[in-house]
Write a protein of this length. Structure first.
Length: 354
């Protein structure tokens, strides 16, 4: 009787563990971020509690709003089967590249519990292709670097990356595997010739083999992952490289300041202030001189008008005396007679010679 009771109790405990494990692991974590800002999406993060489960339809709506901005050159859909939310806490050091990209993005959302399946990813890829007019789609197998060929053109692309299942429960193996996955993401995303990327990372296969016993110690103080990164309260564009900032131009400064033209003016306040004693002396001296001329020596202005005029040289005789009109007439008649007499003599001499 006792053995039967113990057997039933043991079966009940096993069934409870199976149900609890199934219930705890039928949801998957999801991370989505974009290099550019998608305005308004932060409201979904502010109103979310890590204990809540995001339904498939709600996840589609949020993803459509993120992808519908079409503000990226590459849209990356990453599937890591078997990934659970505790991996981001226990093996956070293995997600260094993912965490860095998530932190530097202008738009970042994370959900610890999401309902999602393969059809959801296929729908989002088709939605992005049609909405953003993307013609090229790449399908990659994660952790295989030989399959990816870097490209240099600017055509938009959709890149789907499917990693191998993360099915190991050994901490060391799981940590190394996550680190390899992160390095592969760094290899691929780092070679895309544009930083404008939108990434959605999740698991399309829930971790049905998760052993929650190792994570129970974390659940006592666990309140979600990457909470130190998701701390913004408003939309913030972190990567706007084209800002409407006025051009800063340096003021003109000639090499030699003394060559700069500067006209001195007596109305310049600086000039008056610097030369006030000299200007005061000049004004005082000028006023005193004018007063002296007006009061003590007025003749200096009148002597020029009262001075007698000098006779012209033509009106003076050889003796320095003034000649009258009759003397001028007599002198001219004598000059004419002398001229006639000289002409008569010249004629006579010429006739003799003939």
């Amino acid at each position: 009787m006792l053995s039967k009771f113990l057997l039933e109790l043991w079966m009940t405990i096993l069934l409870f563990k199976c149900v609890l494990g199934k219930f705890a692991t039928n949801t998957v974590p999801a991370i989505m971020y974009s290099y550019s800002l998608a305005p308004g999406l932060i409201k979904y993060q502010k109103n979310y509690n890590y204990k809540q489960t995001v339904p498939i339809e709600s996840f589609k709506i949020i993803s459509e709003e993120l992808l519908g901005n079409c503000n990226s050159d590459a849209y990356i859909f990453i599937n890591i089967p078997g990934l659970n939310e505790l991996d981001f806490v226990k093996y956070r050091d293995g997600f260094r590249f993912l965490e860095s990209s998530f932190e530097l993005s202008s738009t970042g959302l994370k959900f610890e519990k999401v309902k999602i399946d393969q059809s959801t990813f296929d729908y989002l890829i088709a939605f992005t292709k049609q909405k953003c007019q993307v013609s090229k789609i790449l399908r990659l197998i994660g952790n295989d670097t030989t399959q990816y060929e870097p490209y240099l053109d600017t055509d938009k692309r959709i890149i789907g990356i499917d990693f191998p299942a993360l099915d190991s429960i050994d901490d060391q193996v799981r940590s190394e595997t996550i680190n390899h996955f992160d390095n592969y993401l760094k290899y691929v995303l780092g070679q895309i010739p544009s930083p404008y990327q939108t990434v959605i990372l999740t698991s399309l296969e829930p971790d049905l083999q998760a052993d929650l016993s190792s994570g129970l110690s974390l659940l006592d103080h666990y309140d979600g992952f990457f909470n130190d990164i998701i701390s913004r309260k408003r939309d913030l564009e972190k990567n706007n490289r084209i800002l409407d900032v006025p051009i800063i131009r340096n003021k003109h400064k000639p090499l030699h300041q003394e060559l700069h033209n500067h006209y001195v003016s007596i109305f310049d306040s600086d000039f008056i202030q610097n030369n006030y004693p000299l200007l005061k002396l000049i004004v005082t001296t000028t006023i005193i001189f004018i007063m002296y001329c007006l009061v003590f020596n007025r003749n200096i202005f009148t002597n020029g008008r009262n001075r007698p005029q000098k006779p012209s040289l033509s009106s003076l005789s050889k003796d320095g005396k003034k000649e009258n009109d009759s003397d001028k007439i007599n002198r001219e008649e004598r000059r004419k007679q002398e001229t006639k007499g000289q002409e008569t003599n010249n004629v006579k001499e010429k006739s003799k010679l003939e």
